[in-house]
Design a protein around this ligand. Sequence first.
Ligand SMILES: *Cc1c(COP(=O)(O)O)cnc(C)c1O
Length: 386
Amino acid sequence: MIPLATPNLSGNEARYLQECVDSTYVSSVGPFVERLEDMVAAASGAAGAVATSSGTAGLHAALLTLGVGYGDLVVVPSYTFIASANAVAHCGAEPWLMDVALDSWTLDADLLERSLEAETETRDNILVHSTSGRRVAAIVAVYTLGLPADMDRITQIAKRFALPVVADAAAALGATYKDRAVGDLGADLSVFSFNGNKTVTAGGGGAVVSADATLLAGVRHLTTTARVGDDYDHDRVGYNYRMTNLQAAVGCAQMEQLDAFVAAKRRIAARYNAELADLAGASPFPAPKWADSACWFSGVVVDTPLPQVDDMIAQLRGRGIAARAFWKPMHLQAPYKDAPATGMDVSDAIWTRVLTLPCSTHLTDGEQEQAIAAFHDAVRALGRGQ
Ligand SMILES: *Cc1c(COP(=O)(O)O)cnc(C)c1O
């Protein structure tokens, strides 16, 4: 079976891990943690970075640092990985789910603006959701599949309503938006993930980046048990969200290959687009002009009259190709089915039709050829079955 995406550990990973063992720096203090923070800040065009134990932990700490608290609403696109919504819930807040735009699968800026205009009002200098009376505290913009959201518009709307913005850039390291680096798009805080299935992994982990040193200091404080001074003095309920030196050792070795990894991901995506997207019943993932995606996952959108994605996946697996469906929107998930939700036409239309295909950075041309041939076969087989 050709896997969907496996880590590419062909660089200095083993050497750096051995350095951790030799030096005994295996825990959350160590030179690789600082080195990784510097590398992530530099690669994302941000002034600084705080490494965290996961992307989810980074999102949680980012939201808390921006003041999100109990009972608040936070705008989150419904089409995302559940961690974006969970981080909001971990603050005691609830996501206000909104639809994504068809041309990017990222937060629909027009819908965002219309909804804030129509459904909120300012009371005592606080933006509240009119019908529930709850404070609207922040916006989470998700960089779907490594594609930045339309951040010029979103940050402009956020400014108008005095809302802070967190970018869930989990899989977007290496992406650009209007030729700007992904950590420099106007979000107050942007969060990356180094989970095992991301383009750059640390086994697990995350990083929060920003242009604002004060905000970053807030994130660092919260993620390191809110300790003040060198002894056991803490000024609020903090978290143990630190990354270990072991994780960072792998992360540094991976970051050394970021450009090559992203180039490989883009090459793979371009080839699937060239060889599958003109097929009857298949179209490419969206690629708006304003961004250059990091192409975390590749695949196709399966249209009618093709059968359900599940049938395609079964066909492909039968031919040795590990294909998979993608995110199920938040408004259809048990924990968030009762959350406020605005306009889900696009999320409802796309989520059952996304099919991801093998796209490891070390996928060979021959393997991709097999995946493409298997897709053609599967389309033909399913076509005959209709
Ligand atoms: C991977 C991912 C996360 C979660 O990151 P973890 O490091 O696994 O906690 C959050 N949001 C999005 C969009 C992701 O793809």
